[in-house]
Design a protein around this ligand. Structure first.
Ligand code: PGA
Length: 250
């Protein structure tokens, strides 16, 4: 049986002072019915992983370089993240696609690196507002999924997060029908690529302004296996109710 997943993305937030939130989260769900992942900035991965040891909370990272090592000043490789205690890595987030001009090819290369290092790749895709208004959402999602999903992707080593760019950090969310439509498309494209069984087991997360107040409604939508949560993952008191809302569906 597939375990649903709630993942938190701290983005460029968090210093030592915020590790208390990690400790609180690690204690708050002793026997969860869903998987819980928190991705702090790379500077906190070692300490967060130590705080989460012997708890159900897994720690992840927010990006990696496609190479294992080399002359890449400022970059961090997937084996380094695994060595630091990360179990997963977010890849192709729209903020990286935009701020760092990351292409689908690069995202796929990074996902291969994550696979080799034994990390779960959380691959993000989503349309911009202009693309949605031009009725291009489904073709954008299909093209991005085809090109950023590497060969070798499985239900065990890959998670897909659908994150409409216009919903991230804005308080706006798509309608239930819009989310269901995109998740249904992703599931059927995965079935073509990986086969029905593998596609059914691969977790599809929705991301973009998920909050305690809307989590239950979002988790009730077909083909939504969890959430990727930004702002509301920064405090355990906000993140925990979202985890509980997913548990209620598991
Ligand atoms: P948000 O961010 O929950 O703050 O909208 C989601 C994300 O970017 O992963």
């Amino acid at each position: 049986m597939k375990r649903k997943l709630v993942a938190g993305n701290w983005k460029m937030h968090g210093t030592n002072a915020d590790l208390a939130e990690v400790a609180a989260l690690a204690r708050a769900h002793p026997d969860p019915r869903v998987d819980i992942l928190l991705c702090p900035p790379a500077t906190l991965v070692v300490q967060a992983a130590a705080l989460a040891a012997d708890s159900p909370l897994a720690i992840g990272a927010q990006d990696c370089h496609p190479a294992a090592s080399g002359a890449h000043t400022g970059d961090i490789s997937a084996p380094m993240l695994a060595d630091a205690g990360a179990r997963a890595v977010i890849l192709g987030h729209s903020e990286r696609r935009e701020n760092h001009h990351e292409s689908n090819d690069l995202v796929a290369d990074k996902a291969r690196a994550a696979q080799r290092a034994g990390l779960i790749a959380v691959i993000c895709l989503g349309e911009t507002l202009a693309e949605r208004e031009a009725a291009q959402t489904l073709e954008v999602i299909a093209a991005d999924l085809r090109a950023s999903l590497p060969e070798g992707a499985t239900a065990a080593n890959t998670v897909i997060a659908y994150e409409p760019v216009w919903a991230i950090g804005t308080g706006l969310t798509p309608t239930a029908a819009q989310i269901a439509e995109v998740h249904g498309l992703i599931r059927s494209l995965l079935a073509e690529r990986l086969g029905e069984g593998e596609a059914a087991g691969l977790r599809l997360l929705y991301g973009g302004s998920v909050k305690p107040a809307n989590a239950a409604d979002i988790f009730a939508i077909a083909d939504v296996d969890g959430a990727l949560v930004g702002g509301a993952s920064l405090k355990a008191e906000d993140f925990s109710p979202i985890i509980k809302a997913l548990e209620a569906t598991a």
